[in-house]
Write a protein that binds this ligand. Structure first.
Ligand SMILES: Nc1ncnc2c1ncn2[C@@H]1O[C@H](COP(=O)(O)OP(=O)(O)OP(=O)(O)O)[C@@H](O)[C@H]1O
Ligand SMILES: [Mg+2]
Length: 331
């Protein structure tokens, strides 16, 4: 009985939900309403500018341009759109040859301009971006470019100024909730209310993360509750963070280090995740300001060192030291 169900689940999930539930039409996108409305107006007037989409992951940048392409070209999309993303070579040769070749052939369907999508353009070299600015200018008559990245600052000013910029913001919890409910219903996922809330809490406004967590938990658990979500993602539970804070405030140095080490091992937690949640809480707890300032300064340094691959054990001791010293200094 169980086996049959597992096979069924696996087949059902052969397709990644992030792809299965990629919005097909502009109307299907939750949030980013202003952006969609503005672009719709451009399309109605038949005068789409070059576009620069930027913003955090999983907020619909790639989905939006793919939906626009579909709306513009329908079944001719493959001939009218060239998509280049990070897995491709992004050197200057690609800009010079591939884009030029595509851009310089006129469209045979009499459908106006073609579209070049440069996804994850942050990873383009400066030289390739510099070459791009000439290409954009030269082919403006029959080609529109859509440049997509996480950080607009990584795109050279000359290219930025040739595009109309749209900032994609993290999705609001309510917007994510409606899409999440839709997928849960469609896939017959067995999820409890607190499981759903845990997924939303961990989303950080990233719809891709929501769908991946939901699919991962669905494969691993019969019923997705809060516990399942936290174990599946390896994220610290809010109550764990509160226990850690208690220990930092009340226990003696080595007891506190041992306690957190034990919790990390038992739950499989990463110190960087603990730190980012701790730092959200620090501002709200009733430590004296002087202590908070010292701790936050040290936490920022520890986080930076962790990003550069330093030893977790040493950094954990440094974290506890920061708390202890901060609290001592403030007395
Ligand atoms: N606004 C949205 N409405 C509905 N679904 C969304 C939205 N944004 C993202 N998604 C979902 O998340 C998945 C990832 O979205 P998308 O690829 O568009 O993100 P992105 O902004 O391009 O992220 P990245 O910067 O990581 O490339 C989509 O397949 C879709 O299922
Ligand atoms: Mg993308």
């Amino acid at each position: 009985m169980h086996e049959a169900m597992d096979v069924d689940k696996t087949q059902n999930n052969a397709l990644m939900w992030v792809e299965k539930y990629r919005p097909e039409k502009l109307e299907d996108l939750v949030s980013q309403n202003n952006i969609v409305e503005t672009i719709q107006k451009y399309i109605e007037q038949g005068s789409l500018p070059h576009l620069l989409f930027y913003g955090p992951p999983g907020t619909g940048k790639t989905s939006t341009i793919l939906a626009i392409a579909k709306q513009l070209y329908g079944k001719h999309t493959r001939n009218m759109v060239q998509e280049l993303n990070a897995s491709d070579d992004r050197g200057i040769d690609v800009v010079r040859e591939q884009i030029k070749n595509f851009a310089s052939t006129t469209s045979v369907f009499g459908m106006g301009f073609k579209l070049v999508i440069l996804d994850e353009a942050d990873s383009m070299t400066q030289a390739a971006q510099a070459a791009l600015r000439r290409v954009i200018e030269k082919y403006t008559k029959n080609v529109r470019f859509c440049i997509i990245c996480n950080y607009a600052s990584k795109i050279i000013p000359a290219v930025q100024s040739r595009c109309t910029k749209f900032r994609f913001s993290p999705l609001q919890i309510d917007q994510i909730r409606s899409r999440l409910n839709y997928v849960i219903e469609n896939e017959n996922v067995n999820v409890t209310e607190d499981g759903k809330e845990a997924i939303l809490k961990l989303s950080g406004g990233d719809m891709r993360r929501v769908l991946n967590v939901l699919q991962g938990c669905h494969l691993a658990y019969e019923t997705i509750d809060k516990e399942a979500v936290y174990s599946c993602t390896g994220q610290p539970r809010p109550e764990d963070i509160r226990l850690i804070l208690d220990s930092m405030s009340n226990d003696e140095f080595s007891t506190c280090v041992e306690y957190i080490t034990g919790l990390k091992t038992a739950r499989g937690l990463a110190l960087s995740d603990i730190i980012s949640l701790l730092s959200e809480l620090i501002l709200d707890i009733n430590y004296p300001n002087k202590a908070k300032i010292h701790i936050m300064e040290k936490v920022a340094e520890i986080e930076y060192r962790l990003c550069n691959g330093s030893n977790e054990k040493i950094q954990l001791s440094a974290l506890v030291s920061a708390f202890k010293l901060g609290l001592d200094m403030a007395v």
